[in-house]
Design a protein around this ligand. Sequence first.
Ligand code: NAD
Ligand code: IPM
Ligand code: MN
Length: 367
Amino acid sequence: MTNPSLLILPGDGIGQEVMAEVRKVIDWIGAKRDVTFDVSEDLVGGAAYDEHGVPLADETMAKAQEVDAVLLGAVGGPQYDDLDFSVKPERGLLRLRKEMDLFANLRPAQCFDALADFSSLKKDIVSGLDIMIVRELTSGVYFGEPRGISEVDGQRVGVNTQRYTEAEIERGARAAFELAMKRDKRLCSMEKANVMESGILWRDVVTEVSKDYPEVELSHMYADNGAMQLVRAPKQFDVIYTDNLFGDILSDCAAMLTGSLGMLPSASLGAPMENGRPKAMYEPVHGSAPDIAGEGKANPCACILSFAMALRYSFDMGAEADRLEAAVEKVLADGVRTGDLLNEAGVKPATTSEMGNAVIAALDASL
Ligand code: NAD
Ligand code: IPM
Ligand code: MN
């Protein structure tokens, strides 16, 4: 049997720092659990632009199509702000998502007990929280045509188009209903059917798909109300299914329910490959955090937990995923925290690397 293959794309800023900690976990699994991953590493985002003049080289794209899973750190940074739009770091990430056709972006927001006190919301509102946002990832206003900036009647006009086909809404909905079936069997679909035709179609198609999942209780909510409800009473939700842009915003909002954006992992899944597993890329929800990059302050948990999702969804190693998640939870419970998870003056935060080492120690202790 061939080894499972993994393409690592650390990217920019803290992407590089948090990925170094995931490397430790991969090595630990190789040494202690006897599963050797064929790991290759390449450039994406600003790092790829610096080397090749494009944010994702064709060879890297081809490699991503071949491996069992891609693990990405983060892309972007202020030094790339003035680049032509077509070569901005973010275009590299969007190309990966689009060309791999990773339409279902799973963004779980779970509040670990140890962090319930830390959230900016009251403890009883977030404690025990476990929700799953399914964000449609390859269509909508991120990719719709026409788009661009042009000159009309003597002034510049910026255009983006929200466009969804039935098939696009349907395949994401099926992924969301399948997840709901394995969870608490409740799905809330969020759009703005009150003002957008794409929202009307969204609601129609999701309702149609729900007939195949009679056990799942379906509700619909306008996305603006959804944002408010996420902060007011987030535990009312189980699975949320929403479009590309609303999903981007709502998942950053959900991140703070868990204590920090540095805690939120994600899996971007496509259609099954020949081996029956989905095409997949795993990445933390956060970005390259230029304000703390290079200082050893980044929380590596989101990236480590993204690798746990890879173990679960791409490598059939659910028990190892559970072990890794439990190790992260234990480290937090033991009080090892990066600065984003501390608010007591005088408490010394752990560095990115100390946090990663603590996770390895907890993995050792789990054997
Ligand atoms: P960001 O997520 O990089 O940072 C937002 C805030 O959260 C910052 O204060 C940052 O310090 C903090 N933060 C984020 N991750 C953290 C972590 N792991 N540990 C501790 N603190 C953390 O968002 P931004 O500042 O709006 O964007 C910066 C750059 O990242 C931009 O170029 C943006 O396009 C890019 N970005 C990339 C991705 C991605 O690669 N998936 C996601 C979001 C933003
Ligand atoms: C995310 C990011 C990306 C998005 C950017 C960097 C392209 O914010 O993954 O949440 O908008 O999807
Ligand atoms: Mn985002």
